[in-house]
Write a new protein. Structure first.
Length: 157
């Protein structure tokens, strides 16, 4: 069976961000095949000791990761791996958005994996609108469900 692979060029930033997004895309209770795909994917995206030395990847100051720019690494993704990455990036994008931590590098990463940012924006706006409406309480024109009250009337003797 032939599997269509998708080649994606990943720079250092992409390769540093994806390991935190991938677990968000892995379904709970996955099987051995999915586990193997995730392990292989993590190894493909990760850095060898030689790459760390060559790109001078290091942590400076308050945990800021620094590196020397260089050519990207082309990584091949099968359909299952691509689905896991896209799902993980969607979840990560929600977190980055909530923390106001999105940068143009994040946006480029989302675009590389064809994450539907417009659909995500529409979802987030709908969620915000629903939360705002719920916080306002019922409108004057809204029908409010009220449970019927049983009133027993005692007859006068």
């Amino acid at each position: 069976m032939d599997v269509t692979m998708t080649a994606v060029d990943l720079n250092v930033f992409d390769r540093l961000m994806l390991p935190s997004a991938i677990p968000l895309g892995v379904p709970q209770g996955f099987n051995l095949v999915t586990g193997k795909i995730v392990m292989d994917l993590s190894a493909d995206i990760g850095f060898s000791e030689a790459e760390v030395a060559e790109k001078k990847i290091r942590t400076e100051g308050a945990g800021q990761i620094m590196w020397v720019p260089g050519p990207p690494k082309t990584v091949e993704f099968g359909p299952i791996a691509l689905g896991i990455v896209r799902t993980g990036l969607l979840a990560a994008a929600r977190q980055w958005n909530a923390q106001n931590a999105l940068t143009m590098n994040h946006m480029v990463l989302l675009m590389k994996f064809e994450v539907d940012v417009d659909a995500l924006i529409a979802e987030l706006e709908a969620e915000e609108e629903a939360a705002a409406k719920a916080a306002e309480g019922p409108d004057a024109g809204d029908i409010v469900d009220v449970a019927p009250i049983d009133i027993a009337i005692a007859e006068a003797a």
